[in-house]
Design a protein around this ligand. Sequence first.
Ligand SMILES: *[C@@H]1O[C@H](CO)[C@@H](O)[C@H](O)[C@H]1NC(C)=O
Ligand SMILES: *[C@@H]1O[C@H](CO)[C@@H](O)[C@H](O)[C@H]1NC(C)=O
Ligand SMILES: *[C@@H]1O[C@H](CO)[C@@H](O)[C@H](O)[C@H]1NC(C)=O
Ligand SMILES: *[C@@H]1O[C@H](CO)[C@@H](O)[C@H](O)[C@H]1NC(C)=O
Length: 553
Amino acid sequence: MRQPYSFYALSAFFALITAAPSAPQWSFNLKESTSGIVALESIVVSPTLAIFFDRASDDPLQINNHSAWGVLWNLETSTATALDVFSNSFCASGALLSNGTMVSVGGDPRGFRGNPVIQPGNQALRIFEPCASPTGEGCTLFENPDTHHLLEKRWYPSSIRIFDGSLLIVGGTHVNAAFYNIDPANTFEFFPAKESTPRPSAFLERSLPSNLFPRIFALPDGRVFMVANNQSIIYDIEANTETILPDIPNNVRVTNPIDGSAILLPLSPPDYIPEVLVCGGTATDTLDPLLLSSQTPASSQCSRIKLTEEGIKAGWQVEHMLEGRTMPELVHLPNGQIVIANGGGSGFAAIATVPDPIGNSNADHPVLTPSLYTPDLPLGRRISNKGMPTTNIARLYHSSITLTPQGNFLVAGNNPNVNINTTVEFASEFRVETLDPPFMFVERPKLLSVPKKLRFGQRVSVPISIPRSLRASNIKVSLMDLGFSTHAFHSSARLVFMDATISPGRNLLTFTTPPNGRVYPPGPATVFLTVDDVTSEGAWVMVGSGAPPPTLE
Ligand SMILES: *[C@@H]1O[C@H](CO)[C@@H](O)[C@H](O)[C@H]1NC(C)=O
Ligand SMILES: *[C@@H]1O[C@H](CO)[C@@H](O)[C@H](O)[C@H]1NC(C)=O
Ligand SMILES: *[C@@H]1O[C@H](CO)[C@@H](O)[C@H](O)[C@H]1NC(C)=O
Ligand SMILES: *[C@@H]1O[C@H](CO)[C@@H](O)[C@H](O)[C@H]1NC(C)=O
């Protein structure tokens, strides 16, 4: 039977549309469900689940007849399920261990309005064992202060996974600090513990009083880079020595309450030469909040240093973002670019301590358009917001962002208020967005099957599929730790490129894993395949033996 004429007209019309598709763009996409609690900390714990933490407060989401302050966020359904947290996780940090277990570290010493269910959190170690259920069913946080606790009380500490798969935990304050560090925990310790007392740190002494949430990175030789206030060092864990590096230039300070952010740039074989990028913060001589303002301009400065002998001699190389940013966050894209998101154009972290807060926010002028930083471009040309979308949701103090195994970014939080305040400017924020790269809207390459466990220095071949539309002239395979987001810093975040080739038939990918746990600390990772700038969904793997980190006998 002949089709009526109109059928042909219609199909010609559709053929025309599909022949000239408009190129997909970056976009922000608001989720229908909210986070239920303020998502001020976030960490991806499985291919389908992230955990958000807030302070123990009066968040709307309830569990066991009280407000929740932790949730499991389902990345597939974009919905939150309350977690019953034991102690106050406000301003904690965290990371994944070599056996895949998530540990949330430290927090707030206070309960909330006398609620007896809330235990002090400043010596807490909250354990979330690897969760096989895609929806998180049956998976829960475990806490026992008698058997699992920090050696020292720590609020606002940083934690990273190191070469043996354990956590290095750095700094913090013992007590409630309204603005800067008044009762410092100027020490390092490990989980599991490597000794019975914490290690004193001259670096943390020097970087007072703006040294909360130090920005720290495990370097590919096993040592650790740290920046706090305007000071930086390399710490040798095995020798327990600190090597002083040059100050961040031009009086710019970059740790809480003067939050800039920092990131370890992608590491590439064969030499894995580490470079650190530090962006935002504020140039100021005073830390007296009464002499500061919500209108104090944030710094646009990015400072970059190559951590080789010559690189350190050459010092920090300065470039500028398109705007000043306090509390920005820097996150890797699987292709090696860096997303600069969140934060404000003026002011500071912390709550209502400057004389002119906006509502209760010490910061103002939210920056609503992310930028991209391309590490390989020449100085002065690396930062651009061309084609980047603009949101209408402020992400100032107590916001978070993380890359997901799906390849997009989960953006949530904002609460520069005491407890929940929904009526003030810069109100407690429960809306969740994704920031979606253009590749989320096109046919993507696929990693069809990746072994669940990858050894170090292993050549691995895996079946893949590559859309016909891609020429496949540029192949990148990245091994990533998606990190833990808190207070404008993404600790443990890491991207290690792996040497890779594809078969002539484009259906087999062969790559070589990093040589050892110094280049990629043993533990969970996500593998992404990027073909001509179109990135696959990630494959969740375990790098190394999957054994627990060493414990003190
Ligand atoms: C829940 O809390 C309210 C108010 O504190 C109390 O009246 C009620 O008995 C509690 N319900 C349960 C099941 O514990
Ligand atoms: C770093 O801060 C200290 C203490 O405020 C100051 O003396 C020093 O000049 C600063 N360094 C730079 C390079 O601005
Ligand atoms: C919200 O913040 C404003 C400004 O500080 C304050 O007046 C108001 O009482 C707060 N509301 C709540 C519920 O705390
Ligand atoms: C992983 O190691 C930690 C630290 O020793 C331990 O608390 C946790 O129970 C271990 N989990 C698994 C699944 O082995």
